[in-house]
Design a protein around this ligand. Structure first.
Ligand SMILES: Nc1nc2c(ncn2[C@@H]2O[C@H](COP(=O)(O)OP(=O)(O)OP(=O)(O)O)[C@@H](O)[C@H]2O)c(=O)[nH]1
Length: 260
């Protein structure tokens, strides 16, 4: 809800249960059926429905940016404990402004919805797909070994490229995406921001190299930033002569073997 505080208070004052009911039922999300057995059940279902809606992007139905960052934080926590591989992909529709400028904003919205559906068809139920910004999407793929990342990203790129977007009976569009990817740093508790920055850098590479292509960080271990090193070893990194950095990691050979 936007506008001045005065506007917001008018909206909040006018908010009725029936408005919430309409919001929830119109969202069309599966599982959002409002029971009418008892008032308590009904109220609980409306609240559940609103909570579910607050995690979604209204245009595409995908996870919204806020929810995605929460999922990323959880993934980082899991990586730091389990050392499993996880891949973050950032995707951006190529020349999207031109689509809006040439065919109008509604056509642009239809393209966004179509790309969202295509991406959804490419990921596993355990992956989280989000609309991260205007024409930018993000996917986090837990348990994704480094050997598979490139082929998954390439499959997604091809799926978008080969999907015709029917904007109207007289207008079919072809769109493409550029994709950047970065793996979580295993055994290291990094931050969502640093992980996103690394994937974004790769997205920038894919755009600069001509678009409609992928760029995945080759060796995540060797690109640990200075900030991540200090998270791992403390602000005294590099270690003073005679100190053993592996003591900080409980004996995991994170430092020297990863080229830090
Ligand atoms: N239709 C529609 N357009 C949006 C939405 N959100 C952002 N946009 C538009 O997305 C466009 C993004 O343009 P740019 O950032 O220049 O990117 P681009 O044209 O895709 O260029 P490259 O990414 O460099 O290939 C702008 O025109 C925004 O107005 C939305 O929800 N719907």
């Amino acid at each position: 809800m936007t506008g001045s505080p005065a506007h917001q208070s008018v909206f909040l004052r006018d908010l009725r249960l029936s408005t919430a009911h309409t919001l929830v039922t119109q969202s069309g999300a599966p599982g959002l059926v409002l029971p009418n057995e008892t008032p308590t059940h009904y109220l609980q279902a409306v609240i559940d429905g609103l909570c579910e809606l607050s995690l979604r992007d209204p245009l595409t139905g995908l996870a919204n940016r806020r929810h995605f960052r929460t999922v990323l934080e959880r993934e980082i926590d899991r990586m730091a404990r389990s050392g499993e591989a996880a891949l973050l992909l950032m995707l951006d529709i190529d020349h999207f402004k031109k689509i809006n400028d040439t065919h109008g904003h509604i056509a642009g919205d239809i393209v966004l919805q179509s790309v969202a559906r295509t991406l959804h068809s490419c990921v596993r139920p355990m992956d989280t797909l989000a609309r991260y910004g205007g024409e930018e999407f993000a996917i986090v793929l837990p348990s994704c070994q480094a050997a598979f990342g490139r082929s998954i990203a390439e499959r997604i790129r091809e799926a978008v490229e080969s999907t015709v977007v029917r904007v109207s009976p007289a207008l079919d569009l072809h769109v493409s995406v550029s994709i950047g990817g970065a793996y979580a740093l295993q055994w290291i508790r990094s931050t969502t921001q640093l992980w996103i920055e690394r994937a974004d850098n790769q997205l920038y590479q894919a755009k600069s190299a001509g678009r409609n292509r992928i760029s995945i960080e080759e060796q995540p271990d060797s690109t640990v930033s200075a900030e991540e090193k200090s998270m791992l070893f403390g602000s005294s990194y590099p270690p003073l002569h005679g100190e053993d950095p592996s003591a900080v990691t409980g004996g995991k050979s994170v430092g020297p073997s990863n080229g830090l």
